[in-house]
Write a protein that binds this ligand. Structure first.
Ligand SMILES: Nc1ncnc2c1ncn2[C@@H]1O[C@H](COP(=O)(O)OP(=O)(O)O)[C@@H](O)[C@H]1O
Ligand SMILES: [Mg+2]
Length: 402
């Protein structure tokens, strides 16, 4: 029997898997010197005892916003300034003004973690704490509050208003906000006042290109994988795929991690393009499963009906276009109707059905084309964007029980 440590080592593909996890913050961030400097400049005033500038950080997923923000907070801590305080919160967890305020207070004063206080009470505690003596008696603190994924805060206008007002109410010390988001339209939802308060300063993170992603991957591979396990072709491919997908470094890292796991399972010694391809396919399918899981029941059934038609070996009337097999929409609809009835449900009308097809196509789950003349006039032809067996098993897990 293997020991735990033998098991944990696997067959030597990985050196330290943690390094490849999305939560790992590398000590050296590549290609972000300018962005780091901009965030540092916004924060810098707290080291001189005044209020930091509010900053809004925008950029697509995986462009390094979170790790840059955490990196700057670490650097701020290293200054050991007695009055400079910072806290990082992810708003997916703390998604309201109340929860944020409560968390900030309990972060600095764990004994006050009780719930049930009114907001007004929390607010007063907050002001008291900022005005009060810091470590070794320094009076009045300057706090930087990093709100990651700030767009999910339900009452964000209220929150920004409160934090702005706090600076007026405070006799000593200050509070400022770094808001981070990957939603481009989110600023439009804010009212003018909170928008201008939050966006005193703004930094935009551009997507990484393939070469930069390669640099980021090289750095992690050296730490995360055993020597010479990952072939250069695998890194190239993972970088190219992620560059094509909004320059998302998280996706690039996830592909490599997964490719490594594929290699581990197959007990092979080298990770090549083939394993990255497999990882990509699995990642795509995960994404599809997530999308399918959140579809309304009848859309799932329509998708399932197309999978059943696709798998039907007696079904001869398919059309081949550029090497892909397409099936008649009308017949998929009949199959759907039969399935719905069997499940004791009223099938939707064909108008709804066309609407569903449109949505399924927009979500990237199916492809449709219009048939040329000759094949029963104008018919809509459909095919699945994923393997029918995969679609079936995903849908079966969530709805169909025959
Ligand atoms: N410049 C970089 N150097 C090294 N690793 C990076 C860099 N940018 C992003 N990463 C890594 O990519 C992943 C995603 O970065 P993250 O900061 O979470 O992106 P975002 O918050 O913009 O979605 C993390 O694992 C992070 O460590
Ligand atoms: Mg992030």
């Amino acid at each position: 029997m293997p020991s735990f440590s033998e098991l944990m080592q696997g067959n030597g593909v990985f050196r330290d898997k943690n390094v490849l996890s999305p939560h790992f913050v590398p000590s050296q961030l590549l290609f972000r010197d300018e962005e780091i400097k901009r965030v540092m400049q916004a924060v810098m005033p707290v080291l001189k005892g005044s209020r930091a500038r509010n900053l809004f950080v925008y950029g697509k997923t995986g462009t390094g916003k979170t790790c840059v923000a955490k990196h700057v907070l670490l650097k701020l801590d290293e200054e050991r300034n007695l009055r400079a305080k910072s806290v990082y919160l992810n708003c997916r967890i703390y998604d309201s003004r109340y929860k944020i305020m409560q968390k900030v207070i309990s972060h600095f004063n764990p004994s006050s973690a009780k719930t049930g206080y009114s907001f007004a009470h929390l607010y007063d505690r907050f002001l008291d704490w900022i005005e009060g003596p810091g470590d070794e008696g320094a009076d009045g603190k300057n706090m930087v509050l990093v709100l990651d994924e700030v767009d999910v805060v339900k009452d964000l206008d209220n929150l920004i208003y409160t934090l702005t007002r706090a600076n007026d109410d405070l006799k000593k010390g200050s509070v400022s906000v770094i808001g981070i988001s990957n939603k481009i339209n989110f600023k439009q939802r804010l009212d003018t006042r909170s928008k201008s308060a939050l966006c005193e300063d703004e930094v935009v993170f551009q997507p990484y290109d393939a070469q930069q992603l390669q640099g980021i991957l090289d750095q992690r591979v050296a730490k995360g994988f055993a020597d010479d396990v990952v072939l250069p072709g695998a890194i190239n491919l993972a970088s190219a795929i992620a560059a094509g997908d909004n320059g998302d470094a998280r996706y690039a890292l996830a592909l490599l991690l997964r490719a490594g796991e594929v290699g581990e399972r197959k007990k092979i010694e080298k990770i090549s393009e083939k394993e990255v391809e497999e990882a990509r396919k699995a990642a795509d399918e995960d994404k599809a499963a997530e999308i399918i899981g959140s579809l309304p029941e009848h859309q799932k059934l329509v998708l399932y009906a197309l999978a059943v038609v696709t798998d039907d070996v007696h079904y001869k009337r398919l059309v081949e276009e550029e090497g892909e097999k397409y099936y008649f929409s009308g017949e998929v609809y009949e199959r759907y109707r039969a399935m719905a009835k069997k499940m004791g449900q009223d099938p939707r009308t064909s108008r709804w059905y066309r609407e569903y097809l449109h949505e399924l196509e927009t979500l990237g789950l199916i492809n449709s084309i219009e048939s040329g003349k000759g094949v029963r006039g104008h018919a809509t032809l459909l095919r699945l964007a994923y393997e029918s067996s995969k679609i079936k098993s995903i849908v079966e897990k969530t709805v169909v029980r025959e």
